[in-house]
Structure formats: C-alpha cells, structure tokens
Design a protein around this ligand. Structure first.
Ligand SMILES: [Ca+2]
Ligand SMILES: [Ca+2]
Length: 191
C-alpha cells in the first residue's frame, strides 16, 4: 500500500468522506430544493419578496447568483416550468440584470457583461418615470417576458447555481469517489 492509498484508507475509516462531499462550503445551499430546469440548476423562492438588491444578496448567501437568462433555450425551459407549476404563473421574479451603471445598457450582475439574451415584454424596457433599472420576469397571457422596473419593488427571486463551480465540485467528488471505491475492502467507502 503506497502513501496515497493509505491516506484515502485513513480518510474512510475516520469518517471524513461525508465531510469531504460538503467541502464546497455549500452546506446550507445543499439543503435547498435545487431545481434542474433545462441546462441550469435554480432556486426559486416563492415564499418571500424583496427588492432587487436584497434579492442579489439572498442568492449570494447560498453561493448562487441572481438568475441571468442567457439564451432562448434557457428562457423557454424556465418559462415552461413557471407556467406549468401551480401558483407560479402569476408571480414576478427578479433577474440578475440591470442598467444601474449606465441608462439603457443592461448588464449581467454575475459577470459584469452585457446581457446576452433578452425577451422584452411589449414596449419594454421603458425606464418608466426615469426610474426603472432592474430587470424581472412577469407573465403576460401566461407567457413570461422581461421588464425593467424600479429596483426597490418587492418581487420573488430566482437564483441560479454557478455552473463552473458546480462542475468542478462534481469532478472533484467523482475523482475522490473513484479512488475510494478502488479499495474494495473498505466498508465505509463501499456504502
Ligand atoms: Ca433604466
Ligand atoms: Ca418597464
């Protein structure tokens, strides 16, 4: 048995393996009901409403980002979910896009780049009252579109899981488990 095998064996016997699964510091978020919708994982909060700034902080608290819809495929998948699950189709949801920095230039909060995709509601964005800088989803005839609204309005929240970090975590865990599973005589690893 080489040093690496010995180390893995000791981890298994010491019961460290379950802790290693949570090494992403996402203990709290992992208890949340992530939803796999299309190509992303979302957290849809319908229990509370808050302004756009607090919505962004809410998502960060779970190591997530306020959702940014980046393609028609993502929009369609999310729209399909929101319109086919009871109680969601009448709600407004904040997205992680605003033109706070420069009027009319809508930027993604999660990466600081211009929004890649938009599905504006008719006549939007209109910056009504010269005071609408934050983007949200709202339903029009049971189809969700985007609208700019006052950032201090209270809406529900859609957070999305950070994809690169998720992939990394999965890879790290997969490699660890594969190595652990090579030791067929270690019950803690086999179960
Ligand atoms: Ca604006
Ligand atoms: Ca508007």
């Amino acid at each position: 048995m080489d040093l690496r095998q010995y180390f893995i064996l000791m981890l298994c016997f010491a019961g460290v393996l379950p802790k290693s699964i949570n090494i992403s510091n996402r203990d709290e978020s992992e208890k949340q009901p992530f939803l796999e919708i299309g190509s992303k994982y979302y957290l849809i909060n319908t229990a509370t409403t808050m302004n756009w700034f607090n919505a962004a902080l809410y998502c960060r608290n779970y190591d997530m980002d306020l959702a940014v819809i980046e393609s028609a495929a993502e929009m369609n998948a999310l729209n399909s979910y929101l319109t086919t699950n009871e109680g969601l189709v009448s709600l407004y949801f904040w997205l992680g896009v605003s033109d706070l920095a420069e009027e009319g230039k809508f930027m993604s909060l999660k990466d600081g780049r211009p929004m890649l995709y938009a599905k504006w509601s008719g006549g939007q964005p209109d910056n009504a009252g010269q005071n609408e800088d934050c983007v949200h989803l709202w339903p029009v005839n049971n189809i969700f579109y985007m609208n700019d609204n006052n950032c201090m309005s209270y809406f529900h929240i859609i957070c999305e899981l950070r994809q690169s970090k998720k992939t990394c975590d999965v890879c790290d865990l997969k490699i660890f488990m594969e190595r652990c599973m090579q030791h067929t005589n270690v019950p803690n690893c086999r179960n």
